[in-house]
Write a protein that binds this ligand. Structure first.
Ligand code: ADP
Ligand code: MG
Length: 232
């Protein structure tokens, strides 16, 4: 039987800006098993980013619990949470979020340096990761010298650096042309299949949605539908 990797109960998030409460996420239950490849869809403002951030411990729910691989992250102290994230969850953002002054190799190696991996081992792992996303010839390029698609592949390599069981990606293809988006999706699908990494990614893009095996739709912060499909 597959193992539950993301288990969220009654998760809600209310923002208070200008005294007006905004219910970004309302009472969401989410149950995702190891190895799933899940798209989170829904109109702009439906709560996708807020939900992803809470699943990854980047944002704290107003109420509810989030259990990742058996660990209740909503119960962890800030320091323990940072450590948990570092070793268990990879993030990919719409805007790539690479450090502009660092090369591809350095951007990917940064997390491993934080984990105090010895230099030799780190360099070998970084090279393997960049090969995996097809960027072995760009290891010394800085983000500004790379296309959007290449930058996002560096971001995926960085997300993989600490061997996470889960990758959370917030509209990873939003700033990419169709060819780069398709290429990125192929890499994600390959990692999912070959390394059993669980993917939960938000998207607007129909072409991306078609590649998912499960599609969860949010409307006004609530799960409106949750369907399994055959990817095409
Ligand atoms: P999506 O990613 O689906 O576009 P979001 O999670 O970004 O949706 O936003 C959900 C709702 O929460 C929106 O109404 C948005 O304006 C609000 N929201 C998101 N982040 C914040 C924040 N930091 N402060 C206040 N309101 C926010
Ligand atoms: Mg968003």
């Amino acid at each position: 039987m597959a193992k539950t990797i993301i288990d969220a109960h009654n998760v809600s998030k209310t923002y208070h800006t200008n005294m007006i409460p905004v219910k970004a996420v309302q009472d969401v239950h989410l149950h995702i098993e190891e190895g799933e490849f899940v798209a989170l869809v829904g109109p702009s403002g439906s709560g996708k980013s807020t939900l992803l951030n809470m699943m990854g411990g980047l944002d704290e729910p107003t109420s509810g619990t989030v259990i990742i691989d058996g660990v209740e992250i909503t119960d962890l102290s800030e320091n323990k949470l940072i450590d948990f994230r570092l070793h268990n969850i990879g993030f990919v953002f719409q805007s790539f979020n690479l450090i502009p002054v660092l090369t591809a190799k350095e951007n990917v190696g940064f997390v491993l340096q934080l984990q105090k991996m010895p230099k030799k081992e780190r360099e070998q792992r970084v090279l393997t990761l960049l090969q995996e996303v097809g960027l072995e010839d760009k290891i010394n390029s800085k983000p500004g010298e790379l296309s959007g698609g290449q930058q996002q592949r560096v971001a995926v390599a960085r997300a993989l650096a600490s061997k996470p069981k889960i990758i959370l990606a917030d509209e990873p293809t939003a700033n990419l042309d169709s060819a780069s988006a398709a290429n990125l999706l192929d890499i994600m699908a390959k990692l999912n299949k070959e390394e059993k990494i669980t993917f939960l990614f938000s998207t607007h893009d129909q072409r991306v949605i078609k590649k998912a095996r499960r599609v969860i739709t949010l409307v006004d912060g609530k799960v409106a539908s949750d369907v399994q499909q055959s990817p095409t």
